[in-house]
Design a protein around this ligand. Structure first.
Ligand code: PLP
Length: 363
């Protein structure tokens, strides 16, 4: 069988070395005679794993000391509700920037808790889609915070700017599909959050990085396990965490450090995405409608001229070992998710397939 490359959007591929190491120690972790999955989360071995994971995340993202790192339950969608629950305080309005499916979802969920000032930033000009730059976002003076999604996983629309314009605003970013793909300046944000299953590890935990002064505002209705202040106090262990996800995510973070951290991974990620955008741009066969400045380096969406041909592409690619290229059901087309664990060889194999497929289906 050919080598399989997995382009799934999430849960996504994990570094092969990490899975190999996990397999080796699955039944007997570090010589203690039992699996890490069958010990208490209060056990010193497990506490050490969590401490180390947190420290590695801090190092990789250069998280300032006045920020807490929390490991939550419930995935990113749960954050859509617990962000307003935790951060509105006495305010009743929040700004929601809508750039696609996930930011829209977050805004709709927030409507249950507050007035939302919806700011739509998608623009279409000459057949190209782009996003309004941050300096043109019309925020509400009274809002408790502004929420946005730097990388829309489904469409591959990304905001590469950092939020430097909003000096007195609390910025909240859903970084589920962009976290750890490049260095960012955490001090510009109030909260960033991300579910694990793309660039961090297997599904099960959601990472929340929060500036300390934002703690202590949760509404009384906030469930204890989702109250950021209580989570901080209990070191993310009010109840039993997803131990498998925490353990394996810790291994992925160590792996990422070994790769040279975010300064090195951004170079590789940029190169991988360019390989795909180059082949798309240099022929009339594949279409990507996103303006250069808003193209994602994690999720590359494209299609052929014909949706029937897209289906053949996805099926043929799978037979050649290129797994999970189907676009999200809301958009269709083809999507290659190329997170940190995807090697350059995987992208090259996809590019070779795209060239061959084009030749076979061009009259
Ligand atoms: C940007 C973004 N936000 C939120 C979500 C929802 O994540 P979860 O399934 O962990 O709730 C996803 C899932 O793909 C996503 O890509």
């Amino acid at each position: 069988m050919n080598k399989i490359y997995n382009f799934s959007a999430g849960p996504a591929m994990l570094p092969t070395e990490v899975m190999r190491d996990a397999k080796l120690e699955f039944c007997d972790w570090n010589g203690i005679g039992v699996s890490i999955l069958e010990i208490s989360h209060r056990e010193k071995y497990f506490i050490e794993i969590v401490k180390e994971a947190e420290q590695n995340l801090r190092d990789l993202l250069k998280v300032p000391n006045n920020y807490k790192i929390l490991f939550c339950h419930g995935g990113a969608r749960t954050q859509f509700s617990i962000i307003p629950m935790n951060l509105l305080g006495k305010k009743t309005t929040a700004d929601y920037i809508v750039s696609g499916y996930w930011s829209n979802f977050a805004a709709n969920e927030a409507k249950k808790y507050c007035k939302t000032n919806i700011i739509k930033i998608l623009e279409e000009k000459n057949g190209k889609q782009s996003l309004k730059q941050m300096s043109k976002w019309l925020l509400n003076k009274e809002s408790a915070y502004v929420h946005y999604c730097p990388n829309e996983t489904i469409s591959g629309l990304a905001i590469h700017e950092e939020p430097i314009f909003f000096k007195n605003k609390t910025i909240i970013a859903d970084c589920s599909s962009s976290i750890l793909s490049k260095p960012i300046d955490i001090s510009l944000y109030g909260v960033i959050y991300a579910s694990a299953q793309k660039n961090i590890g297997p599904s099960g935990i959601t990472i929340v990085i929060i500036r300390e002064d934002l703690l202590g505002k949760a509404s009384l209705q906030t469930p204890s396990v989702f109250n950021y202040t209580l989570l901080t106090k209990h070191k993310s262990m009010i109840n039993t965490p997803s131990t498998f996800s925490l353990y394996l995510s810790g291994m992925v973070l160590k792996w990422l450090k070994k790769q040279g951290g975010l300064e090195k991974i951004i170079i590789k990620n940029y190169k991988k995405s360019q390989l795909l955008y180059n082949i798309i741009d240099n022929c009339n066969f594949y279409i990507n409608k996103i303006a250069q400045k808003n193209r994602s380096i994690m999720n590359v969406h494209f299609r052929t001229q014909d949706s029937k041909l897209d289906k053949i592409f996805i099926k043929d690619a799978k037979n050649k070992g290129l797994f999970s290229l189907k676009g999200h059901k809301s958009l269709g087309g083809i999507r290659a998710s190329i997170y940190n664990a995807m090697p350059i060889d995987g992208v090259t194999a996809l590019v070779d397939f795209m060239i061959d497929f084009k030749q076979r289906y061009t009259q």
